[in-house]
Design a binder for this molecule. Structure first.
Ligand SMILES: Nc1ncnc2c1ncn2[C@@H]1O[C@H](COP(=O)(O)OP(=O)(O)OP(=O)(O)O)[C@@H](O)[C@H]1O
Ligand SMILES: [Mg+2]
Length: 382
């Protein structure tokens, strides 16, 4: 997962006489209140069966920048993540290694990576292949298989991105990796959970948890008026589809260049104003139901499209001299479809066509990222 902070905030100073205060409190039955007690394997069970995180169950035995984050699992202290100090360049790269699946365990597969600590991963070499020697890679944070969904929110740096988006910065959390590696699980939770949404499920991913955190922040900032707008799109077979308004024919939308914003935009993309947490959660739920998912040999619920969920946050604050400061930030959550070796996934027909488009677009994206990479970071292995 890659976390990107845009260094130049899009903000403006507006002088206005009056402004209408809007209440941003979430509904009484919203999951916000319960959210802090969700998603941890080390918690105690309360009467309702919801696990509760106790402060003492999380311990950070680290210096200020590097070291390991530990948790008590069944009474044992276990490392859930390690951190490494890399050069500050507005991009944080975070890795999550998922546990072996049942299928992999049954097939006798073994973990191909080791965790030497300090945000590093060691990939073993294969005597029979070109990569004979093992390799060491460094990241900002490495999450080990014991990490829970809540750990990802707490220690990946996403909370900081949300705080910056509220402050008027443009931020992106971007998931990439091979098919079946756990991108969608980490970002949204398993797709089948959206068929019948349980707001208190431990499986909820980073997006759900970030929304809860965002509304908590907004409620603490009573001096500001906030307007939130959300959109959700997918790129399926190189075509942009609106996940909030796909229509029966899933007619693709056009991507155009705007001189005014000096950037690309999707024409006629549906945006939903979200006054309450439940509105944002409804956007996530609706989009996930409409997203293209397929099955192949390496993943029963494989994303067949790249998706972008965007929440734009406009804030307005009255200063002492009747001047209003307005800020416009946003947070993008990008879930890419994973790269596929079609020999291994055994994709055929429609699934094969999708796989070819996925691989082609990921290759182009890789080239672009490489071109944008500053020379100074080229020697760091990611
Ligand atoms: N941390 C985890 N703990 C338990 N199960 C996981 C974890 N991460 C992923 N899984 C499971 O592994 C399978 C593959 O995960 P997922 O669908 O998120 O992969 P993906 O990277 O999005 O793949 P694709 O690129 O094909 O969409 C799913 O069944 C998912 O529930
Ligand atoms: Mg996926």
């Amino acid at each position: 997962m890659v976390l990107v902070k845009n260094p130049s905030p899009a903000r403006g100073e507006n002088a206005k006489k009056d402004s209408k205060k809007r209440s941003r409190a979430s509904r009484g039955n919203s999951p916000a209140d319960q959210a802090t007690s969700r998603g941890n394997s080390s918690g105690k069970s309360n009467n309702s069966g919801v696990k509760v995180v106790t402060k003492s169950s999380l311990q950070q035995s680290r210096g200020s920048e590097t070291g390991s984050i530990e948790r008590l699992v069944d009474g044992d202290k276990r490392v859930i993540a390690t951190k490494h100090l890399l050069p500050e360049n507005n991009i944080n790269v975070v890795v999550r290694v998922r546990p072996l699946s049942r299928k992999e365990i049954k097939a006798g597969d073994d973990m191909a990576v080791q965790f030497p600590g300090d945000g590093q991963i060691y990939c073993e070499g294969f005597p029979s292949s070109v990569e004979k020697k093992g390799k060491l890679f460094s990241y900002n944070v490495v999450f080990e298989p014991t990490a829970t969904q809540e750990d990802i929110l707490q220690f990946s740096g996403v909370k900081k991105l949300i705080e910056m988006a509220v402050e008027g910065f443009s931020c992106t959390a971007f998931c990439y990796g091979q098919t079946g590696s756990g991108k969608t699980h980490t970002l949204t939770g398993p797709p089948e959970m959206f068929e019948r949404m349980n707001p208190y499920s431990e499986q909820h991913g980073l997006v759900f948890r970030s929304f809860v955190y965002l509304f908590k922040l907004l409620q603490e900032r009573q001096e500001c008026n906030f307007v939130l707008k959300a959109s959700f799109l997918e790129i399926y077979n190189e075509k942009v589809i609106d996940l909030l308004n796909p229509g029966t024919s899933r007619k693709p939308l056009m991507v155009r260049w705007s001189k005014k914003i000096r950037g690309f935009f999707v024409e006629n993309l549906f945006t939903v104003e979200c006054e309450e947490l439940d509105d944002l959660l409804a956007v996530l739920e609706e989009g996930m139901r409409n997203r293209k998912v397929g099955s192949h040999n390496m993943n029963d619920h494989s994303s067949r499209s790249h998706s972008i969920l965007t929440v734009s946050i406009t804030s307005e604050q009255q200063m002492d001299n009747s001047v209003f400061i307005s800020k416009q930030g946003k947070i993008n959550f990008v879930d890419l479809a994973g790269s596929e070796m079609t020999k291994k996934t055994q994709s055929e027909g429609k699934t094969l066509e999708e796989a070819n488009n996925i691989n082609k677009s990921l290759m182009v994206l890789g080239i672009i990222i490489k071109k944008l990479q500053p020379q100074s970071t080229m020697q760091i292995n990611h």
